[in-house]
Design a protein around this ligand. Structure first.
Ligand code: GLA
Length: 383
């Protein structure tokens, strides 16, 4: 962290912080729009993230400040809160709201956040701020939650307080991430394995399309509803708890039950993508990176044509990668509708790739992307 957050805290609040915490963002290597369908995903934590300094106050209030946003807010410490606008502070406030349903928070708190995850880029800046807040409250006030309980609290904040019907992947990844590991997470049972993510001679490039995201939340919720419709229709003859209980062979037998062709496309993506995650985990464990890369391309194609959550910007990045000799795989990552793509790029080609992609993308889309190279980092921690 280049910014001296301790000093900033002192400037803002006139006192030293009592503790500082960090929670990363994430990329998902493969398994997209799978978590809320109870299947397998493969995210990993990145080294970009959110830092939070806190100190108790005697004023019985919660003060939210951020170095990223001008807007700051103070709320009395009370038993519940309501989201009244789109202010950034509603993410951490939602965490207070959820925790206060079950636990007492014994003192007011001054908080200062700083994040270097580009906001709205699909790298889970919201899960990062939720988990860093939950982790800090839990640790500082000895609330007694375990990591998984903090993940479930943060997911509830997203679903009920913020209103996005997202799955558990983002909160889980940023809480449980491990350096140099990908998490193979079963979103139905919440069993997971941290597997070696040895990319050999390849670097993980993260390409932010910089597309302003509009209507992403309503389109996301629409996809969730379409999957629920597919499951309901399949369950007129089956008894499946979620779409990912069906493998491709079983789905082929029963897909006739889905009446709407659009819903059929969505469900087909889910079933095939879930199968791809198993294949990808196997390829990664055997060091078959080119096979892994091909699965990334197949995932993108499916998200583009069947799930329809890509777009001209993400497609431009992946199209470029497909023709670029030193990339072996690329796909959109996260919810889509803009946001980021990831690519496996031969090490040593970072600068050349960034320049060539930037020129191609700018000519096609009209503005430049941002390209980052991230290590796979650790999940939430006190620092
Ligand atoms: C967003 C959601 C996740 C997941 C992805 C798509 O990041 O928050 O729960 O559904 O989209 O895979």
């Amino acid at each position: 962290m280049k910014i001296d957050l301790t000093k900033q805290f002192e400037e803002e609040y006139g006192t030293a912080p009592a503790k500082t915490y960090f929670t990363p963002g994430r990329v998902n290597l493969i398994g997209e729009h799978i978590d809320y369908n109870g299947g397998l995903v493969m995210p990993c934590a990145v080294t970009l993230g959110t830092w939070l300094c806190i100190a108790p106050n005697n004023d019985g209030v919660i003060r939210f400040k951020s170095l990223n946003f001008e807007e700051q807010q103070t709320f009395p410490l009370q038993s519940s809160y309501v989201k009244e606008s789109n202010g950034w502070f509603y993410y951490p406030l939602g965490v207070f709201h959820e925790i206060l349903k079950e636990k007492e928070i014994p003192a007011g708190l001054d908080l200062l956040f700083y994040g270097n995850i580009p906001i709205g880029s699909g790298l889970s800046s919201s899960a990062s701020i939720e988990i860093v807040t939950a982790y800090a409250l839990n640790e500082y006030f000895n609330l007694g939650y375990n990591r998984l309980q903090l993940v479930l609290i943060a997911k509830k904040v997203e679903n009920e307080f913020i209103g996005l019907n997202s799955g558990i992947m983002d909160q889980f990844a940023v809480a449980f991430g491990e350096k140099h590991k990908a998490l193979v997470l079963n979103c139905d049972t919440l069993d997971y394995k941290a597997v070696d993510c040895n990319l050999g001679n390849y670097a993980l490039a993260i390409i932010n399309t910089n597309k302003p995201r509009k209507l992403a939340e309503s389109k996301y919720n629409e996809r969730v509803t379409e999957c629920q419709t597919a499951l309901r229709e399949l369950n007129t003859e089956l008894d499946a708890a979620n779409l990912c209980e069906l493998d491709a062979a079983k789905f082929a037998l029963y897909s006739r039950l889905i009446t709407d062709p659009v819903v059929l496309k969505r469900a087909t993506h889910v079933v095939e993508e879930n199968d791809r995650v198993g294949l990808a985990a196997d390829a990664l464990s055997k060091g078959k990176l080119e096979e892994f890369g091909q699965l990334m391309y197949a995932s993108h194609e499916s998200l583009k044509t069947l799930y329809e959550v890509s777009g001209a910007e993400l497609d431009a990045v992946v199209d470029f990668c497909q023709d670029y000799a030193y990339v072996i795989g690329a796909r959109m990552t996260g919810a889509g509708f803009g946001g980021c793509a990831i690519a496996l790029l031969e090490k040593g080609k970072e600068e050349e790739f960034t320049n060539a992609l930037t020129a191609y993308y700018t000519a096609k889309i009209g503005y430049a992307p941002d390209v980052y190279f991230s290590e796979i980092g650790n999940g939430a921690a006190a620092i």
